[in-house]
Design a protein around this ligand. Structure first.
Ligand code: ADP
Length: 170
């Protein structure tokens, strides 16, 4: 019997912070692919709440029980990073029509740059289609509890970040 070809996918994103919607997508991708790289994008032009290293550590912690997952960070062009890892599939999540509109354009642009690279979409679980990192940041910045929005153990870290910011301003 010939050995089944290993299928790897890269799930790129800001994950600032990782939400339950992101984690759901990672778990479902791990059921389909042999290897799931979660790639935290280094974007020097975007102000972030958590540093890239903090995000990588947090995502590693909450995905520790999923053996197929490897958390990495990357900067520069997505296709260059895919070539470096030898990856031919990119995972993106779709919550609604506005995600679709934005994501399909990126996927089509990627096809022009590299037709061998496939973007695979997973639709959001209905429990999480309202959920975004920006919503989590908004709630937490106003002192709200984000326990129901982020993986276990992350809510206190988000709250602590805003507490830190408050102290810095004082
Ligand atoms: P980016 O800045 O690259 O959009 P995000 O961290 O906001 O990074 O999102 C990464 C990917 O996860 C995107 O494809 C986004 O559509 C998807 N995503 C975000 N939130 C959810 C969710 N609640 N359910 C499913 N997919 C999601």
């Amino acid at each position: 019997m010939s050995e089944r070809k290993k299928k790897a996918v890269l799930y790129p994103g800001s994950f600032d912070p990782l939400t339950l919607g992101h984690l759901d997508l990672i778990r479902r991708a791990a059921a389909v692919f042999d290897k799931v790289y979660v790639g935290v994008l280094v974007n020097p032009y975007k102000k972030s709440l958590f540093s890239v290293d903090e995000r990588v550590i947090m995502i590693r912690r909450v995905t520790a029980d999923i053996p197929q997952v490897e958390v990495v960070s990357f900067g520069g062009l997505l296709i260059d990073f895919c070539h470096k890892l030898g990856i031919r599939s990119i995972l993106r999540g779709l919550r609604d029509a506005s995600d679709f509109e934005a994501e399909i354009k990126v996927a089509q642009g990627l096809r022009v740059l590299d037709p061998g690279l496939e973007t695979v979409f997973l639709g959001s679980d209905p429990r999480y289609c309202f959920l975004s990192s920006s919503m989590v940041r908004e709630v937490a910045s106003g002192g709200g509890d984000v326990t129901d929005f982020v993986p276990e153990g992350l809510a206190p870290l988000v709250a602590a970040k805003y507490e830190e910011k408050k102290q810095d301003k004082a």
